[in-house]
Structures are given as C-alpha cells and as structure tokens.
Design a protein around this ligand. Structure first.
Ligand SMILES: [Mg+2]
Length: 297
C-alpha cells in the first residue's frame, strides 16, 4: 500500500467518525500528510540501508566466497594426504582424525541470512535461528562433502564439534542437519555438541587422547583455540598474528562475514541487540581506519 493511499484511507476514516467540516478536513490532511510520507521514506530507507546486506550478498552470490571454501578443503585434503604419507607401521601411532566445526564450515545457512535481509533485520536473531535449524535446509559448503568422503575413504575419522543451543533437542537437531545434508560421519559417535560454553578446547583434548588430530577446521578462531576469545579487536588480531604459521597447517579457516567472535570483539557480545546504539558501534568499527581528504590522511 502506498503512503498516499494509506493517508487518504486514514483521513476518510477520521472524517466519517468525527463531525468536522470539509475545510477543517482539508487543513488536517495538509498538516498531517507529511507524517505519512516521512514514515514511509524511513521504512524504505531501512530496507535499502540494512548494514547486513553487503555481507549476505557476498555469501549468496560471490564465486570468491565459494572458492575460498574449495581452497580450504583443498588445503585440508593435502594435510590429510601428508599425514597419511608420514604414517609408519608403529603400532603406538594413534589413528588419524580431523576436527571440524559445523556452521559456516561444513554447512551454510545462506537461506537463513537471506530471510533476515528479506525481513529487514540487520542483526542475527536467535529466536528465528532456532526455528530455522529445525527445518534442515542447510547446504553443504562447497567442497565439504568431497573432503569428508576423502577422509572416510582413507580411514581418517572426522569429528564435528559445534557450540549450539536449541535446548534439549540441540544434539538431535545438529545430527539431523548433518544427515539432511548427507554428510559422511553423521552419526552420534562423531558429533560433540557444546550447549553451555563455546570453549571447544576440552573436547579437542579428549579427542586427542585417542586420535592424532591432523587439522582443525572452522570459520571462527575460537574453533581452533580459546586464546582468541578476546573482546578487544586489536588484541585478537595480535594473538592471531602470533600464530600466523598455523593457518593452512593445523588451522584451516573458512570465510564468514556475518557472525562469529569477530562480532563479539566489536560489540562485547556475540549477539548484539538490533538498536541504534549498536548500529553506531558497527559504523565506528567500519570506519576504524578512514581517509580524510581534507587532511590527506
Ligand atoms: Mg561456525
């Protein structure tokens, strides 16, 4: 419905319910009509200025996004091949394994993010996410299925380690998601679900007791080590750079421009509320470095 049409309907209703003259009606219309146009323009602005749009458009359309997944899984495959080649016949060797995150690593939720954009939401929404999870409409990320099958065919165990919380059903929902996407190793013994913490180190240590872990795969530095769990953007970057040699070796990172602990570092929390104060925080983050043509720097 256009703003002018809704304004006319509103004033016609006023005219029928209140005994005002035609001239009073005319002036009331002239005085109040701009309010309808202002609210309409504001709604349209929200639709086109959603700060989440660029990130989601990249996820949904960029071949580069998909290529980075292939790049990650190609590196992971090489790492597995290398580990197999280095095997000896020593019976004390533990069997090989890979630990991978689920969300935005082996499964993509592009349709969920598209829903947020379509619904004019500019921040992650936990309530609708929990509903989405039950629909089993995740897509395998590009290259994930082939990599996981490669592991399966070469007797390399894969463990899915995720921190999710949809209540008591969390484990089964995650398992259902993996099975619906027809990923190998989609069985309870290969799934670890952390509901009350995002710290994955304890589970990683437990797996390492019985397996030689070749690599960790994830879209969040926290999928590799808890040391990156910092709410200071610069400190987080510094901690990462100290481990730069690990990336592409034991840490294999996939791109995620919409969510993760990089959001937490900006806002102080992983799921910031959709309010103007947080939109200003996001704007400040996006202009952390900025050119000023008047000063030349
Ligand atoms: Mg993830």
């Amino acid at each position: 419905m256009t703003s002018s049409y809704s304004a006319i309907l509103f004033f016609q209703k006023v005219k029928t319910q209140f005994p005002i003259t035609s001239s009073q009606y005319f002036y009331l219309f002239i005085l109040a009509a701009p309010l309808f146009y202002t609210s309409s323009i504001k709604a349209q602005m929200q639709e086109v200025s959603n700060p989440l749009t660029y990130s989601v458009a990249w996820k949904q359309t960029a071949a580069e996004h998909r290529a980075l997944f292939h790049q990650g899984f190609n590196i992971a495959t090489m790492r597995v091949q290398q580990a197999i080649a280095e095997r000896t016949d020593n019976e004390s060797e533990k069997p090989l394994a890979v630990i991978t995150d689920i969300d935005e690593t082996v499964l993509l939720a592009n349709a969920y993010w598209g829903y947020l954009i379509d619904n004019n939401q500019d921040f992650f929404d936990d309530t609708s996410w929990d509903q989405w999870v039950a629909y089993n409409e995740f897509s395998p990320s590009p290259g994930s299925t082939a990599f996981l099958k490669f592991c399966e065919n070469n007797d390399v165990e894969v463990f899915y380690v995720t921190n999710r919380n949809q209540g008591e059903k969390t484990f089964q929902l995650a398992l259902n998601n993996l099975r619906a996407a027809q990923l190998p190793f989609a069985q309870p013994a290969n799934l670890r679900v952390l509901r009350s913490t995002s710290n994955k180190e304890e589970v990683q240590s437990t797996i390492r007791e019985d397996f030689e872990v070749i690599a960790l795969l994830g879209d969040n530095l926290n999928d590799f080590s808890r040391k990156y769990y910092s709410t200071d953007v610069d400190e987080r970057a510094q901690l990462m750079s100290e481990d730069s040699a690990r990336f592409g070796n034991e840490y294999i990172l996939f791109p995620n421009p919409t969510d993760g602990h990089w959001i937490r570092a900006i806002f102080g929390q992983s799921e910031p509320a959709p309010n103007d104060a947080n939109r200003r925080v996001l704007r400040d983050a996006a202009s952390k470095e900025r050119w000023n043509p008047n000063t030349g720097n």
